[in-house]
Design a protein around this ligand. Sequence first.
Ligand SMILES: *Cc1c(COP(=O)(O)O)cnc(C)c1O
Length: 384
Amino acid sequence: MIPYGRQSISAADVAAVTEVLQSDWLTQGPAVERFESCVAAYCGVPHAVAVNSATSALHIACLALGLGPGDTLWTSPNTFVASANCARYCGASVDFVDIDPRTYNMSVERLAEKLAQAAAAGKLPKVVIPVHFAGQSCDMAGIDALAKQYGFKVIEDASHAIGGRYRGEPVGNCRYSDLTVFSFHPVKIVTTAEGGMVLTRSAELNERLVRLRSHGITRDPSLMHGASQGPWYYEQIELGFNYRMTDLQAALGASQMTRLDEFVARRHELVRRYDDALRELPVTLPWQHPDSYSAFHLYVIKVPQRPGKGRREVFEALRARGILVNVHYIPVHTQPYYRELGFREGDFPQAEAYYAEAITLPLYYSLTYEEQDQVIKAVKEVVR
Ligand SMILES: *Cc1c(COP(=O)(O)O)cnc(C)c1O
C-alpha cells in the first residue's frame, strides 16, 4: 500500500521529543517559544503563535481581526472545510470565490468582479482567506491590491505551503496579508502530530492571538481593568480558548524545521519525475505559476471525463492496485452543511469542474523512486 501522504520522523525528532518528556515542562513552555522563533525566523516575520491545530489558528485569526455576527468571510471553494468553518465559529457568514482553472487557487479576476458587485450592494467581506492549494501561493500581490482598494483583511491559509515561496520570498512573511496560518497535521509538509501556527507582522494582532489561545487571560497590568491584587493576579478580559500546543509537539516541530528545505526539495524531485513520466498521457498535470515555488503538499492530476474511464474508474483501479490515491477537494459549498445555508451545485462552476476530474497521487518525502515507479506504471496502465 502506498498512501497519498505521510510523515517522516527521524531519530533526531524522536530524541527531541524524548528530551522534553524528561524535562520539567510538558505543555506550552520553552519548546513552544523555540518552535515559534524558528518558524518566524524561517519566514522572516516578527511574530508567530503556535496552537493545537490550523483549525484553531484560523478561528483565533478571524477573532483577532474582529470577525463576528453580521460580517462576511470569503474563501475558496477548493479547500478543506476548516477554511470556511472558522467564519461560522465567529457567527459570521461565508461566501466563496471561484477558482482559477490553471492553479486551482482563488481567481483574482473572480474576486475583483465579486467585490465590485458586493460594493454596489453594500455587502463587502470583512475577511478574505486565500488558500495556497497544493502548496502553490495564490496571486497575493493581486489580492493585496484589492484588499487596499476595498478595505478587507487577508488571512493566508498556508496549511499546504510552509517551505514554499512567492516572488522569491517565503510564504508566511505576511508581506501581502494580515495573518498567515500553517498546519502541522501529519500529511502536511512539517508535522507536530496535531498543530498549527499563526504568523503576523502586527504586534497588536500577536498580543490578541496569544490571549485568545489561552482563555482570554492577561497578566499585563496595562490591560487590566482593576489594580493588581498581588503576584498571583491575572484577569480574563475577553472570551478565549485552550488552544495551546504542547512542548512535546513543539519539540517535534522545531526538529522537523531543520529538514524543511530538504523535505520540499525532495518533493520537487518527485514532481519532476511524475511530470516527465506522465507528460504523454491524456491527463492534465499541475501547472506552476512563474511567481511561485510550491511546497508541493499535493500532486494532483486531472483525468478527463470519459465514459467508463473517468476519474471514478481511474481512482478505483488505482486503489485496487494498492495506490491510496485521494481527492482534494470536494467543493466546500456542496457539503450538506453549506447547502443548508443556501449554496447550490452550479454556484462555483470552475471548482466543480476541477473536482469532477481531480485525483491526488502519492507525494511525500520518504516516497522512494521504486514506489513512485509503481505508481507511474499503474497510472499508465489505468489511464491508457
Ligand atoms: C489541513 C488543513 C486545514 C486544517 O488543519 P488542521 O491542522 O488539521 O486543523 C485547514 N486548511 C487547509 C487548506 C488544510 O489543508
